[in-house]
Design a protein around this ligand. Structure first.
Ligand code: DQA
Length: 149
């Protein structure tokens, strides 16, 4: 599986931003964790993309077309606002899973809508870093099942 992992705005501030919610670990530590999960789970290739800009995330999703097999995406605040990211995910039609470090279902009303989620197979919320591992496992199983028909 060739995997693209996308993180949206302020995820690069992990370890600095709202530690009570998002924890003490940095974005670099998140990448190291995902890399080790990929190795353990036998993911052939993983690429990371983080941006604070909506259009840049749309570009990264479009660039995955024909090159990647699956997408793990934490669109961060754009989850709740971005029809452009939803449309980009629909456009490339790659299997995608949504991840949130926190349990957005237990947070503010404005976090209860997920546009990106409408183009995702499933979501993992509130598991911290482990949500990315669950998403990768889910996509590996999904692609395996697809192959078997
Ligand atoms: C987040 C949840 C979003 O509501 C928030 O805007 C974020 C991070 C999460 O990982 O829990 O920036 O996506």
């Amino acid at each position: 599986m060739k995997l693209l992992v996308i993180n949206g705005p302020n995820i690069n501030m992990l370890g600095i931003r709202e530690k009570g919610l998002y924890g003490e670990q940095s974005y670099e530590q998140l990448l190291a964790y995902i890399r080790s999960c990929c190795k353990e789970l036998g993911v052939e290739d993983v690429e990371f993309f983080q941006s604070n800009h909506e259009g840049a995330i749309v570009d990264a999703i479009q660039a995955a077309y024909g090159k990647k097999d699956a997408i793990v995406i934490n669109p961060a605040a754009y989850t709740h606002t971005s029809v452009a990211i939803l449309d980009a995910l629909k456009s490339v039609n790659l299997p995608a899973v949504e991840v949130h470090l926190t349990d957005v279902t237990k947070r503010e009303n404005f976090r209860q809508v997920s546009y990106a989620g409408m183009a995702c197979l499933t979501r993992f919320c509130g598991l911290g870093f482990a949500g990315y591992r669950e998403a990768i496992k889910y996509l590996l199983d999904y692609l395996q099942e697809e192959k078997q028909g």
